[in-house]
Ligand binder design. Sequence first.
Ligand SMILES: Cc1cc2nc3c(=O)[nH]c(=O)nc-3n(C[C@H](O)[C@H](O)[C@H](O)COP(=O)(O)OP(=O)(O)OC[C@H]3O[C@@H](n4cnc5c(N)ncnc54)[C@H](O)[C@@H]3O)c2cc1C
Length: 288
Amino acid sequence: MDAIQRYVAPVSLDEAAEILRAGNVTVLAGGTDVMPQTQAGRLRFQPVLMNVRRVPELRGIALEGAVVRIGALVTITELLESPLVRERLNLLWQSCDHFASDQIRNAATIGGNLCNASPAGDTLVPLLVLDAQVVLAGKPNGTLATRRLPLAGFLTGPGRTLRAAHELLTAVEIALPPAGFDSEYFKFGTRPALDIAAISIGLGAVREGRVLRDVRVAFGAVAPTPVRAPRVEAALEGRIADDAAIEAALEAAADEIHPISDIRASDWYRREMVRNMLQRMLCDVREG
Ligand SMILES: Cc1cc2nc3c(=O)[nH]c(=O)nc-3n(C[C@H](O)[C@H](O)[C@H](O)COP(=O)(O)OP(=O)(O)OC[C@H]3O[C@@H](n4cnc5c(N)ncnc54)[C@H](O)[C@@H]3O)c2cc1C
């Protein structure tokens, strides 16, 4: 483990951004990625360890007009306990219900999940389906500046994002999905509990009679980042989920995923799982 020379716990966003501006900082939120990664030698502590848990601007879940703002420090447990998330962003709620154990959920934050940028990160697939934006703040020139990025552009590879070293992720913003938006999250891991996804699927749409509108699909753990699947969406948009539409969607999915083989599953197995589980989800839509 590398030597930490200074531990800091700022009490405002401004103070945190000032510390980041000076450089050489490891940001610590819940620590459920930072601690195992440093202990395994995959992440080196910077000389300054900054605990951001006392920064009030990073807290809270609020409906602001038609947008839900979720502070970066909101934990998985807080998301599960939020009626707003359960009722209006149910896909995100479902993914939290598949997330680790109570102990991890109490510490793990949505901001940490986003900044860790694992292809298997459980909140990332629903946030992609929900067209989330991330909010970043920093003081590159001495004045606090904020910018917003679509999540799809923010994630650039395994463990990589467009967050600059001087920036904190402050929040995620999600426009409320249209009325009648129905969604389902599927996660498959190799153990029945406490597992990281070998594949995950987020599916959402509005049903107009039997016709699907505003279809949104994303996959996790089958590419360097979680990905939206525009060709699967196009195969289903404006159609009834009949056999032909389902087969077209499955063929499009095979083109849109690029799985690798690792300790959790082979690329072949991941392809089979995506095909079979997407088919099952779409058959449920047809019958539902
Ligand atoms: C036993 C176990 C089970 C797990 N199961 C799951 C699971 O089922 N699904 C899943 O998705 N993940 C799982 N994880 C991974 C982990 O819990 C999540 O990724 C979690 O959301 C990370 O949040 P954190 O607050 O603990 O992040 P931290 O460990 O504190 O930080 C993670 C990274 O984000 C950076 N960071 C954190 N907050 C900010 C911020 N506001 N601004 C800028 N950078 C920031 C940190 O510097 C670090 O690089 C598991 C981990 C463990 C140990």
